[in-house]
Write a protein that binds this ligand. Structure first.
Ligand code: FMN
Ligand code: ADP
Length: 310
């Protein structure tokens, strides 16, 4: 897959089949549409292109929307990489861009830059300034500009939309099992390991503190989770706490993971952690001893679960 950070730099000479959308989560519903795109392109000797925008339009047009996404743009790219897609175009969504008329948008983006021959698009897709134009308009532009438009039906879209919202809700409720089922892969958190209070090692549970730089990334409900992570090509299991560490009077939310049967220096390292199962809520214990006991129980429970996987 070739990645372009703007449609302006797209340089493939072969005409394309384009799908436009956010694809946050790249879940099983999205995958069906992407399969259709990839198959259509390959059947007609064309290039498959996903045109997506970053930042998310709502992050630019309604800056206070506080929108949270299932994937960072980097994670989204990583997941799309595995779908057989030829080209991913992440076009910068800016205020000036949002003011292009429908005609300008089609001419510049689809025709001039992406050399489009076929568009696969949702029945309710709106585009151009103030989202003025719809799929019927796109089809007329197509007649003038030598491309065809294929509609994704309401039924297919509803399947997709429902699961996207459901995944966000599931994550906020801590239902990681449900989220993973809809995603078709394990929900992940990606970031850099930073220094914490250095208390973990005193509790006999050193914990890698994950710093996620993308403030728009959706963080699941506070609590304790069983996790896995590939670090330097080796798979480690562990237990993660997402929360404010009330026992030690913490206030800031932290994301901390203790990896089993591992001893390494992870500071400054970029890691990706997959969440497998939620164990319990975070609690304020009366003493650090009680916290340590709870962590021992979490470990026992996690190890049993992990052993049952293999
Ligand atoms: C599996 C696990 C479960 C945890 N559960 C709780 C909890 O229920 N309540 C709490 O206050 N802190 C909990 N913690 C957080 C500890 O308070 C934290 O790891 C400790 O303060 C060390 O922090 P440090 O890495 O910044 O040194 C948990 C940590 C882990 C790894
Ligand atoms: N099994 C392990 N799981 C997690 N981190 C580990 C492990 N072994 C060593 N470490 C290292 O210890 C650090 C965490 O130690 P800790 O005392 O909790 O300090 P901090 O508060 O800075 O996170 C991690 O960032 C990592 O570099």
């Amino acid at each position: 897959m070739k990645l372009y950070h703007s449609a302006d730099t797209y340089d493939n000479e072969v005409p394309s089949v384009v799908t436009i959308g956010t694809f946050d989560g790249v879940h099983i519903g999205h995958k069906k549409i992407i399969e259709r795109l990839v198959e259509s392109a390959s059947n007609h000797g064309l290039e498959s292109v996903i045109l997506t925008f970053f930042p998310h339009p709502r992050m630019v047009l309604q800056q206070d929307s506080g929108i949270k996404l299932i994937n960072t743009i980097e994670e989204r790219t990583q997941i799309l990489e595995k779908t057989g897609l030829n080209n991913l175009v992440i076009h910068p969504f800016t205020k000036p861009f949002s003011r292009l008329t429908a005609g300008e948008y089609v001419d510049q983006m689809l025709v001039e830059h992406l050399n489009v021959r076929h568009v696969i698009i949702g029945y309710d897709h709106r585009f151009g300034r103030n989202r003025n134009s719809n799929i019927t308009d796109l089809a007329s532009y197509g007649i003038q500009n030598n491309f065809t438009v294929e509609e994704i039906s309401k039924q297919d879209i509803d399947d997709v939309a429902i699961s996207s919202t459901k995944i966000r809700e599931a994550l906020l409720e801590g239902d990681i099992t449900k989220a993973n089922t809809y995603l078709g892969y394990n929900f992940m958190l990606t970031g850099k390991v930073v220094k914490g209070k250095e208390l973990g090692r005193k509790l006999n549970y050193p914990t890698a503190n994950l710093h996620i730089k993308e403030d728009y990334k959706l963080i699941p409900k506070n609590g304790v989770y069983i996790v896995q992570s590939k670090i330097d090509n080796k798979l480690y299991f562990g237990m993660m706490n997402i929360g404010t560490n009330p026992t030690v009077d913490g206030t800031q939310q932290s994301i901390e993971t203790h990896f089993f049967d591992a001893s390494f220096n992870l500071y400054e390292k970029k890691i990706q952690i997959e969440l497998l199962k939620r164990i319990r809520d975070e609690k304020k214990f009366d003493s650090v001893d009680q916290l340590q006991e709870a962590m021992q129980q979490d470990e026992d429970f996690s190890r049993e679960y992990i052993n049952s996987l293999v």
